[in-house]
Design a protein around this ligand. Structure first.
Ligand code: ADP
Ligand code: 2DT
Ligand code: MG
Length: 217
């Protein structure tokens, strides 16, 4: 018999505001897929473990200063440094779940209202990165998010930034297709089963003839 071509893995991105439940849901999705026997890997951005990630971590904790454009490019570089390995995982049949991606990248930077840092400027270094097959946006009201604990100590964890970030996420996801908006105000298990439904549909569409795309302009 002829060897079956390997069905490629899917690239699944989970986006949303702070405390929307992204990390909890990524873990649940990873466990669910691996129980089903699907090869799966969970990664997150920023990846604070690399040399670039360490610069980002120190900036987010407030221990160092960076120009807005400079830190933006470091966040992007932190994705580029693993882009090839993501492509290889996907090609080998592993589904990759990503906790925050280019969308957080552009939204948080543009939320600073720096006159030379527009959404359009911010998107440019993302062009050419692996394009998600599915983007799940976990939407949550400020009231619900507040119930899940107050703001932490990191940069961006304040009312002004969160309000702008919320508006900008809405702006970019209005004109993006392939985004599933999930009501993340429900219970952890309800949200998880909604996500499982969206992901099952996405994985079912994967086959050797549909290669992983790249983010466009
Ligand atoms: P994020 O990664 O989006 O910042 P987390 O997954 O870390 O969010 O969740 C933030 C907090 O909210 C955690 O304490 C988590 O246990 C809790 N949480 C996550 N999802 C829900 C939910 N659907 N309902 C109630 N609490 C939740
Ligand atoms: P976590 O709390 O999820 O670790 O995020 N951020 C993230 C950016 O400003 N640009 C990016 O490209 C990415 C991926 C969002 C840490 C903070 O980093 C922000 C919150
Ligand atoms: Mg998280």
């Amino acid at each position: 018999t002829q060897a079956q071509p390997t069905r490629r893995g899917a690239l699944i991105v989970v986006e949303g505001l702070d405390r929307a439940g992204k990390s909890s849901q990524c873990e649940k999705l990873r466990d669910y897929l691996s129980q089903q026997g699907s090869p799966v890997k969970y990664i997150r951005f920023p990846d604070r473990t690399t040399p670039i990630g360490k610069l980002i971590d120190s900036y987010l904790r407030g221990s160092s200063h960076q120009d807005d454009h400079s830190i933006h490019l470091l966040f992007s570089a932190n994705r580029w440094e693993v882009a090839k390995s993501i492509e290889e995982e996907i090609a080998s049949g592993t589904t990759v779940i990503v906790d925050r991606y280019s969308y957080s990248g552009v939204v948080y930077s543009a939320a600073k209202a720096n006159p030379t840092l527009s959404l359009e400027w911010a998107w440019q270094p993302e062009i050419g990165l692996p394009r998600p097959d599915l983007c799940l946006f976990l939407g949550i009201s400020p009231e619900e998010a507040a119930k899940r604990g107050g703001f932490g100590a990191e940069r961006y964890e304040n009312e002004t930034m969160q309000t702008r970030v919320r508006e900008l996420f809405r702006t970019i996801f209005e004109k993006q297709n392939g985004v599933s908006i999930i009501d993340a105000g429900k219970s952890i298990d309800e949200v998880a089963s909604e996500i499982q439904g969206a992901v099952a549909g996405c994985i079912a569409r994967m086959d050797a003839t549909a290669p992983l795309g790249k983010l466009g302009p």
